[in-house]
Design a protein around this ligand. Sequence first.
Ligand code: FES
Ligand code: FE2
Length: 342
Amino acid sequence: MHQEAREERTYPFGAYPNGWYVLANSTEIKVGDVKPFHYFGKDVVIYRGRNHKAHIVDAYCPHLGAHLGHGGTGIVGNNLRCPFHHWQFDESGKCVEVPYSEPQPKACLTHWPMVEKNGQILTYFSADGSAPPCDVPEVPELQGDKVKGWSPSHFSKFEYSAHVQEVVENIVDLGHFIPIHNVEEIPKVEELTFDGPRATLRYTTKNKVLGKIFNAALHLEYYGPSYTVVRVRSMTNVVLIASMVPTSKGKVRHRFHFRMKNMNPLINKIMLIIMAKQIEHDFLGDLPIWEHKIYREHPKLCKNEGGIMKMRKWFKQFYTDTSKTESKPVTNSKSIQLQEVR
Ligand code: FES
Ligand SMILES: [Fe+2]
């Protein structure tokens, strides 16, 4: 029998599950900024008006199609001004200013749903236009620039080729933790429960960091397919948001926003670096696998691997686009990018 060629990688579900997705960190979009992005195979622009409110809109002007994020951009008050003929659009997308004529009422910018929470700008993406089945929570430790007892925020960003569902499956794929993540023994799952679009996973593990073994307890709360609040109790306590967003079919941008419970001023900085390195190390382990694997719709699993199929079953609710996803082969795993500490 012929083995599948890597370039034939397909998934038996759509590329873009319905859910909340982080499109940018709040600090990336300052007042007066208009920035271009590419998500879900579409070009979008995120801007922030003088009233500090962020907006996500389709990138192309309804007039003659200029990209609103290139070629001299402009915020006028809270309006977005197109660089081509300087038409202005208000916060509802309505054309309110044409410098040489009356505003054109048929020229309307399409706004995407937007919420700004926990230091990040999110949209709710749905293939069929349905409303979100749940909100994302406010995480107390991640509010504002400073929260007493917690470190400043650290943001990381990774880019790779995979489908978001595979990444969610990965966390309950217990058998890969020893070969890939350098843990001492297979994690012990204490809870894996599902409640509509929400899921909860608790597990314990023994991590090796700088040659030493640390017990760790992880508590993950899933809010749909791509937004997870994680609390880690180990050598210190960490709270983080793990989020993914497809940029196009089979391409993922993965972000972490985390803070660490302060220990003492001398150790804090070192610990923050160690934690960041640990996250980076974990990702570097998974990436070559994700980028070069195929998706097995009917995997030959062994005993104790049932969590993978439970995750798959839960994930089905997020697809209203039933088309199959084909993704192009990846060239290498050097697309990883790391971002700033703040
Ligand atoms: S193309 Fe945008 S104002 Fe003309
Ligand atoms: Fe992994």
